[in-house]
Design a binder for this molecule. Structure first.
Ligand code: ATP
Ligand code: MG
Ligand code: FE
Length: 349
């Protein structure tokens, strides 16, 4: 099995070739960072146009790197949602054209399912497992029971944690994208310098909240005034990072208890999505999972943030199950992993 995977749901244009036994033959990712940086966030129209301009070239590069021809492909997979619809359309339509011309099956992938299944590409991870999905648009705890079978235990009631990192970076003028910038600044900061709230900590269940923390950061930043030193900024970045991750770890601990109760055979916590690239989160979750006596699986940072390999691999998983899509498949701006989950009080999926 050889699958080409395309990703274009946000601000990364990506193409990758992955085999049935999980060899990544190529993985080309182009970040549109420079195009969006002046605006401090992703501009959907700029993103969509950049995907159109770059996609062909990236696919050609991925095929060359993998040293294969379109006739060698078993299938082509593309993100079909959720995400910025203009971008999703570019990848999906390109995949449809390839499927039609090469006469191979099309497999539409839920971008979040791509994140969710990455740990099965990078290490031996068997169902069921507990998933902490933390990215720019999502903060969720889910039980992954099988390909396509997800049960949500908790979600954010307001902002996603990646969004909180991005907004904190903006407030502290650390640059874009925010997550890695906050992590870098935090390395030279004192996380105990500023007392920040731990949203939802101690509360029942597995829901998250990050908007109160964001407001607290904004108020502290305003109090510092225009002459804040870079040490004070680093201290605030470190204090924010610790508060956000404390909150994530606390909610995850509840989820581990629920998971172990219901699935005595399950033995792994998987972390996925862009925020999973954060090394302080990895450290704290290592402590938690040692304490709870379960395994921790965190893909390498480059496979945590958006990439084509995760889409190609999800395509491999669905190919093995014979799950193909017709060329009439529609792109979706919204597409929850667990359609039966109650909507969060607001925001989220
Ligand atoms: P979604 O997957 O929900 O559709 P997305 O695709 O935009 O959203 P990802 O690419 O999966 O999100 O993740 C990007 C997010 O991860 C951004 O919010 C970014 O700030 C955050 N992020 C990336 N690296 C780090 C890091 N080292 N520490 C914290 N956050 C990080
Ligand atoms: Mg991105
Ligand atoms: Fe993503």
């Amino acid at each position: 099995i050889v699958v080409l995977g395309l990703e274009s749901s946000c601000d990364e244009t990506a193409a990758s070739v992955v085999t049935g036994d999980g060899a990544i033959l190529s993985n080309v990712v182009l970040s549109q960072t420079d195009a969006h940086a002046p605006f401090g966030g992703v501009v959907p129209e700029i993103a969509a146009r950049a995907h159109i301009v770059q996609m062909d070239r990236l696919i050609a590069q991925a095929m060359t790197d993998a040293n294969i021809d379109f006739s060698d492909l078993s299938a082509v997979a593309a993100t079909a949602g959720p995400g910025l619809i203009g971008g999703v359309l570019v990848g999906l339509m390109t995949a449809k054209a390839i499927a039609a011309v090469a006469d191979i099956p099309l497999i539409g992938i839920n971008h979040l399912e791509g994140h969710a299944l990455t740990a099965r590409l990078t290490e031996k991870t068997t169902f069921p497992y507990l998933l902490l999905l933390v990215s720019g648009g999502h903060s969720q705890l889910l039980v992954v029971e099988a390909v396509g079978k997800y049960r949500r235990l908790g979600t954010t009631i307001d902002d996603a944690v990646g969004e909180a990192f991005d907004k904190t970076a903006k407030m502290l003028e650390l640059g874009f994208p925010g997550g890695p910038a906050v992590e870098r600044a935090a390395l030279s900061g004192d996380p105990k310098k500023y007392a920040l709230p731990r949203p939802m900590k101690g509360r029942e269940g597995c829901n998250f909240s990050f908007s109160g923390l964001k407001t607290a950061v904004r108020q502290l930043r305003e109090k510092m005034g225009p002459n804040a030193t870079s040490q004070e900024i680093s201290d605030l970045a470190a204090s924010f990072q610790q508060a956000a991750i404390d909150s994530l770890v606390n909610r995850t601990q509840h989820a581990v208890d629920i998971f172990k109760d219901e699935f005595p055979d399950g033995d792994t916590l998987v972390v996925a999505g862009g925020v999973a690239a954060n090394q302080y989160l990895k450290l704290e979750l290592t402590k938690l999972t040692q304490f709870c006596k379960i395994k921790l699986a965190v893909p390498p940072p480059a496979l945590c943030t958006d990439n084509g390999a995760m889409i190609a691999w999800a395509g491999v998983e669905k190919y093995k199950l014979g799950q193909f899509d017709s060329l009439a498949l529609a792109a979706r701006a919204r597409w929850p992993l667990d359609p039966n989950a109650e909507p969060a009080p607001y925001a989220g999926y």
